[in-house]
Ligand binder design. Structure first.
Ligand code: PEP
Length: 248
């Protein structure tokens, strides 16, 4: 999977143009392309993606419906044609101290409404520098993904996104990411059993055209979640091609 997180960029009118600039080969279904634009672009972007490219949103409410001004429900996203929703992105966790506490309910809402969460986890720099990253990720997974969610390889995609690598130009080395992906898979194995072997674990954090092949070469890196570079079609195409080669 190669997923684009456009964050709060582009206007609705430019969204179709950006997808067109990605090129037709990206819409052929391998690797799976997921585009996560701002909410306001979802309704119009679905048709530009055709049948193979998938639409994703950048967050959803933990509630089904009701008096939650400004929130968007998982059912609304599904109704607009979304198949995926990014949950637990560090930019949301950092801006909103309640975000992490809401993760189990958000995951449950997404899954109950037919969306597959692209669930983000990752440590910040002080934790990495203190060598406590494995304990931190184990805690984050245990807090956010309780057993009741009944996770499987279809209703969960995990994105390992070290906070210190997001939008900083400083990326984890492919070996560092591989080591963490193996660890994440082993923790998923505890709650999902054998399904964890088929669960896609993406790396995210300053992935660019010139470093994507390194990530693609690692056996447990099943794709990438790309922020800044997904707004640059040529760069994004190189990333996509690196993962297309991995699967061929
Ligand atoms: C992201 O926003 O999920 C991300 C990985 O951003 P960037 O690629 O810009 O680091």
């Amino acid at each position: 999977m190669v997923a684009a997180n456009w964050k709060m960029n582009t206007l609705p009118g430019g969204a179709g143009t950006l997808v067109e600039a990605y090129g037709a080969e990206m819409l052929c279904g391998h690797p799976e392309l997921v585009v996560c634009p701002p909410f306001t672009h979802l309704a119009t972007l679905g048709p530009s993606l055709g049948n193979a490219g998938c639409l994703g949103a950048q967050n959803c409410s933990e509630h089904l419906s009701g008096a939650y001004t400004s929130e968007i429900s998982a059912a609304m996203l599904r109704d607009l044609g979304c198949r995926y929703v990014i949950l637990g992105h560090s930019e949301c966790r950092l801006r909103n101290p309640m975000e992490s506490l809401r993760m189990p309910e958000k995951m449950a809402q997404a899954i109950a409404n037919g969306l597959t969460p692209i669930y983000c986890c990752g440590e910040d720099l002080p934790i990495r520098e203190s060598g406590a990253e494995l304990e931190f990720i184990a805690r984050q997974l245990a807090d956010d993904l309780p057993n009741e969610l009944k996770l499987n390889a279809q209703n969960l995609v995990v994105a390992y996104e070290p906070v210190w690598a997001i939008g900083t130009g400083k990326h984890a080395s492919p070996e560092m990411a591989q080591q963490m992906h193996v660890f994440i898979r082993s923790r998923l194995m505890d709650v999902m059993g054998i399904e964890a072997e088929r669960t896609r674990i993406l790396y995210g954090g300053s992935v660019q055209g010139n470093n994507a092949a390194g990530f693609a070469s690692q056996p447990d890196i099943d794709g990438v979640l790309v922020g800044g570079a997904s707004l640059k079609p040529a760069d994004f195409r190189s990333i996509f091609e690196a993962f297309a080669r991995k699967g061929s």
